[in-house]
Design a protein around this ligand. Structure first.
Ligand code: AHZ
Length: 311
């Protein structure tokens, strides 16, 4: 079913690029031993500036009305984006990531070690995305966590219906009154954004108002509590929409991973929470350096969101 945000088609950005490249089409092999004659194609600085800004502002314009906003591009947020965007290419999806570098805590397997462990059946997700692994029986091992994160990221970023706004943080939620005149209830209807560097300076600068993205579904995957983490659920507490957070409990890999996947859900209408942010709501254990639950919580979060659009 066509959605509000995608009533206008997502523009094809590839066409003009392909046309321009053909004029200077050489292979890297052609350059070998030919460096004296080497020259880049000429450019004017304003072309670079316009090439970037035109696209960014077109993306901001298009995504001001999104179908889904994913808050946080860690392992759970990226897995969510992959499943949602590949199942429903007609949905316009914005990912808002506070850090310059997307990936959250999934660039290393744990304690600065490289290998990433995923317990079965999360190996199914690795096969779907195309990440190679060693099979160790009940679990699999990706030789470097960065291989998982970079492969997933490259697939997500290549999808035409996804835009990643990095270095941008969600600093509040857009809300509407609950349905049927329920004065206590609210529905989350989008996010309030700002450049992360601006958000970090609200205490020493004045009047730096934010921007907004409207969306019928927000999926929050901002990780466990920290300077930025658990953002949306902490905001639900300060808005008195949930009484208090359960607080993430100690490490228990077996208990934690099952609980996070099973309990990935809509917490208030319009706001689905997945990944370690959920442990702060439910008082669930942490799992430490095993990542299967992050991938499959993303699969479940996407499935919860699709219920809205598949109606
Ligand atoms: O930068 C954050 C990170 O990339 C981003 N983020 C946090 N607050 C945000 C906000 N706006 C936009 N207000 C925000 N982005 O969210 C991302 C969260 O990624 P993560 O890897 O921390 O969370 P995850 O739930 O996807 O994966 C957690 C994996 C685990 S388990 C665990 C343990 O048990 O100790 N530790 C980690 C890192």
């Amino acid at each position: 079913s066509p959605t509000l945000a995608t009533a206008t088609p997502v523009a094809s950005k590839q066409a003009s690029h392909d046309g321009a490249v053909k004029k200077h089409d050489v292979s890297v092999a052609d350059m070998h031993g030919n460096w004296d004659a080497f020259r880049f194609a000429p450019i004017r600085e304003s072309q670079v500036s316009r090439a970037m800004t035109r696209r960014y502002f077109a993306d901001l314009d298009a995504h001001a009305e999104s179908d889904v906003v994913i808050v946080g591009a860690g392992s759970c947020g990226l897995s969510t984006a992959y499943v949602l965007a590949s199942r429903r290419p007609d949905l316009r999806i914005a990912i808002v990531e506070a850090s310059v570098s997307p990936g959250g805590g999934a660039w290393l397997g744990g304690q600065l070690f490289s290998a990433m462990v995923m317990r079965k059946p999360a190996d199914a997700f690795l096969r779907e995305v195309g990440v190679p692994y060693e099979d160790e029986g009940n679990y699999v091992v990706v030789k470097h966590a960065a291989l998982f994160t970079s492969t997933l990221l490259s697939k997500v970023l290549a999808m035409p219906n996804v835009k990643l706004f990095n270095a941008t943080c969600v600093e509040d939620l857009i809300t509407r009154p609950g349905e049927d005149g329920d004065e206590e209830g609210i529905r989350v209807a989008g996010v309030v954004t700002n450049w992360t560097l601006v958000s970090m300076h609200h205490d020493d600068q004045s009047c730096m108002d934010p921007n907004t993205i409207n969306a019928p579904v927000v999926i929050s995957t901002t990780g466990h509590d920290g300077p930025m983490g658990a953002f949306c659920v902490k905001r639900l507490v300060s808005m008195q929409r949930i009484e208090k957070l359960g607080g993430m409990r100690g490490l228990d890999m077996n208990a934690a991973e099952d609980a996070i996947v099973k309990n990935t859900r809509e917490i208030v209408p319009g706001l689905i929470v997945g990944g370690m942010e959920l442990s702060e709501v439910d008082g669930a254990n942490r799992m430490g350096p095993t990542f299967g639950a992050m991938a499959l919580s993303g699969v479940k979060a996407a499935e919860e969101a699709l219920k809205v659009f598949d109606l």
